[in-house]
Design a protein around this ligand. Structure first.
Ligand code: GTP
Ligand code: MG
Length: 344
């Protein structure tokens, strides 16, 4: 370790204040960025407090511009491979690219969808790219919070293209849609929705659809799939009425069609800004997040109130015994919550 510059080493050994970390983020210090993301992933109250101070500082001192792109699709559809190619294209055009992951399943498996950074080897080494695997061991709400805050931190550090990889399981897609400007859905050639494991409603979340792995002997199949998805999508109205969700054939592995995705993203952003939807969508996302957090926090407080949790246990037995209607139990619970709230 002797080759490390001593002043550099001491800088990271010493505990920096929230303001120092925040300033370092603005000065494009990747270590500070990683540190701040670790803090937002923490449930420790002291660390939470520091991350709040960092967020406040950055909100007051930066106004970054960015595009947040969610990339979703069933396991193995080729998300990471595409992100490697797409991210490289963006950095070569002079952008700074941050790659984040939403993987609620990692809280169970302790794995991570970007754990295999090998798929993004070249991008991972680029000075204008930052790749952050998903944190393991967080609750669903924790994943949501950490990813949102990480996006803001990356933007404050100058990353203007945010790619969010999300695995098509659990609630990860809707979570990704709630924090991105554009939702890109990757599908495989040939297979129908059920076979691809695509849940109902996911296709409707998409702003851009791409049939990936349209290479080798799958081109014909991909052409047919693209056609049938185009037909299916023509039945839906996109929230921006003038936007027709494009369905194209790409190969992330070969890099084929990746340019097209960039053009589609640009066209979408342009239209969305012209229609005044780009900023309003972000504001709506923030407000929805505020309400969601309140619901979570209030729920947490209620479940941890001994009086309420004892009552709930009691009510559960009453439901099992079929003694009282759930309706009347809910009314009683409502009064109890009201009394608890009034007494505080
Ligand atoms: N032929 C072909 N293979 C591909 C393409 N994209 C990815 N693959 C292969 O598909 C496999 C899975 O690719 P990944 O990029 O890891 O897929 P993923 O969607 O990120 O997978 P998870 O993160 O596990 O959900 C790898 O073996 C890739 O080499 C493609 O465009 N064409
Ligand atoms: Mg992956």
């Amino acid at each position: 370790m002797n080759h490390i510059n001593p002043s550099y080493r001491s800088k990271f050994k010493s505990k920096r204040s929230a303001t120092e970390i925040a300033k370092a983020i603005v000065e494009r210090d990747r270590f500070a960025l990683s540190k701040a993301i670790t803090l937002v992933e923490s449930s420790d109250p002291t660390k939470k407090q520091i991350s709040t101070e960092i967020a406040d500082y950055l909100a007051n001192h930066t106004s970054p511009k960015s595009i947040r792109i969610a990339i979703s699709g069933s396991p193995g559809v080729g998300k990471s491979t595409l992100i490697e190619k797409w991210g490289l294209q963006y950095v070569n055009q002079g952008h700074k690219v941050a790659v984040l992951a939403i993987d609620p399943s990692s809280s169970v498996t302790h794995g991570s969808i970007l754990g295999d950074k090998t798929r993004m080897e070249e991008l991972g080494q680029h000075r204008n790219a930052y790749i952050r695997p998903s944190a393991a061991g967080l609750t669903l709400g924790g994943v949501h919070h950490a990813t949102r805050e990480s996006i803001r931190l990356c933007e404050s550090a100058g990353y203007d293209i945010i790619l969010i990889e999300t695995v098509g399981v659990g609630q990860s897609e809707s979570m990704a849609a709630e924090m991105s400007d554009i939702f890109v859905l990757l599908l495989l050639p040939g297979a129908g929705d059920e076979i691809q494991g695509i849940k109902r409603g996911i296709v409707e979340l998409a702003d851009i659809v791409a049939i990936n792995k349209a290479d080798e002997d799958r081109i014909q199949l991909a052409t047919e799939s693209a056609k049938s998805y185009r037909n299916a999508l023509s039945l839906y109205h996109h929230p921006i009425l003038e936007w027709r969700v494009p369905v194209s054939m790409i190969s992330g592995l070969r890099g084929f069609g990746v340019n097209l995705l960039t053009d589609q993203v640009n066209a979408f952003c342009k239209l969305s800004k012209e229609k005044g939807k780009f900023d309003t969508k972000r504001i709506k996302q923030d407000i929805d997040w505020l309400y969601k957090t309140i619901e979570q926090e209030v729920g947490y407080l209620m479940y941890n109130n001994p009086n309420i949790s004892d009552t709930l246990t009691n009510f559960k037995s009453q439901i099992i015994e079929g003694k009282r209607s759930t309706h009347s139990l809910i009314n009683e619970l409502r009064s109890l919550i009201q009394r608890t709230y009034d007494n505080q």
